[in-house]
Design a protein around this ligand. Structure first.
Ligand code: AMP
Ligand code: MN
Ligand code: MN
Length: 315
């Protein structure tokens, strides 16, 4: 599967790597892991990223990310962790400057794009595909590259807890630990450290919880005004579904948050009996069986009722 990707990389010199808007650990891990590996191959490679949560700022070189492409054109754009090209964290005009596009992703196929696709829906993280690609290309994974790949795998598997975790995932993680990745510190920074405003947002999201269908669905909404008032950065206002799904008997948890642009971002998690990616795709988004999302662009109450109804037909 990686032959075509290797050919494309071999013939390219000026390369940009991009993940999805509102980058999570996997998007950041796959993008920077790939970029650092490309530099090791002697390529002129850079990551395009608009902004990310402060919680990732401990990662090496993270502040080197560029916001735009300065050149008129470039050889290759590597897109990671984004199932459609309208969610890439870059300007459309910069996307159009690429001579070739390589897509590396693990979401349900929605709108594959680009010249070469490395899509493995079975793997829990795009970062694990990057790991496989680098191993297949016999590129040495050093500690910095490994730190990014480990971050991507750890965050998208809920620290190896989700059912999406494969034996190959654990083997990759073991390899990364063996080459010196400081997994304890990554876990501490991303799982056990947060800013006080975020803790208050968690309390707010739990307080706003609404319960439907005898507890099978738990829903919470936090407005942009509340997020802003609490002093939480927009990129950091995530992760509430993990708490909402904790009460026994919960099948689906939904967290909706207001965004500064007036739209509402929907995050869904499922215990596995309901495929939430189908619901997300129905509303124009995407994701996986157990984790999916989309953007609500119309009136919140109307959109909310539509969502609750569609979930009611499935739980
Ligand atoms: P999140 O709840 O933001 O962690 O997202 C859960 C999963 O759904 C991730 O794999 C996302 O890539 C995917 N996802 C979230 N929002 C969207 C969207 N608007 N379009 C496509 N996929 C999405
Ligand atoms: Mn992601
Ligand atoms: Mn991912």
């Amino acid at each position: 599967m990686f032959n075509e990707a290797k050919k494309l990389i071999d013939k390219s010199n000026n390369i940009y790597v991009v993940g999805h808007i509102g980058p999570d650990g996997d998007s950041i891990g796959a993008a920077f892991g790939m970029c650092l590996a490309l530099r090791k191959m002697g390529k002129n490679a850079n990551v395009i990223m608009q902004q990310c949560s402060d919680s990732f700022k401990f990662l090496p070189y993270i502040n080197e990310a560029k916001k735009n492409v300065e050149e008129e054109s470039y050889d290759l754009l590597v897109c990671v962790d984004s199932s459609s090209n309208d969610r890439l964290d870059m300007l459309k005009e910069d996307y159009d400057k690429a001579k070739s596009i390589l897509m590396i992703d693990h979401h349900k196929k929605v709108n594959p794009y680009g010249d070469v696709n490395c899509i493995v829906e079975d793997l829990p993280a795009a970062s694990e595909i990057v790991y496989d690609l680098l191993r297949a290309m016999e590129i040495e994974i050093d500690k910095d590259i490994g730190t990014y790949i480990y971050t991507g795998i750890m965050t998208d598997t809920g620290s190896f807890n989700y059912a999406s975790t494969k034996p190959s995932t654990l083997i990759a993680a073991a390899y990364l630990v063996e080459i010196g990745v400081d997994f304890g510190s990554i876990c501490d920074k991303l799982n056990h450290t947060l800013k006080e405003p975020k803790l208050k947002l968690i309390a707010k999201a739990i307080d706003n919880m609404e319960v439907y269908y005898g507890g099978k669905l738990r829903y919470s909404y936090v407005s942009y005004e509340d997020i802003n008032r609490l002093g939480v950065e927009e990129e950091d206002a995530e992760g509430m579904t993990n708490y909402l799904r904790m009460p026994e008997g919960t099948e689906i948890s939904v967290y909706v948050r207001g965004k500064s642009d007036g739209t509402n971002k929907v995050s869904m998690r499922s215990g596995g009996n309901v495929d939430v990616s189908k619901i997300a795709i129905h509303f124009g988004g995407g994701g996986h069986v157990r984790a999916a999302g989309y953007t609500m662009r119309d009136d919140l109450e109307i959109e909310k009722q539509k969502l609750i109804e569609i979930i009611g037909g499935r739980v």
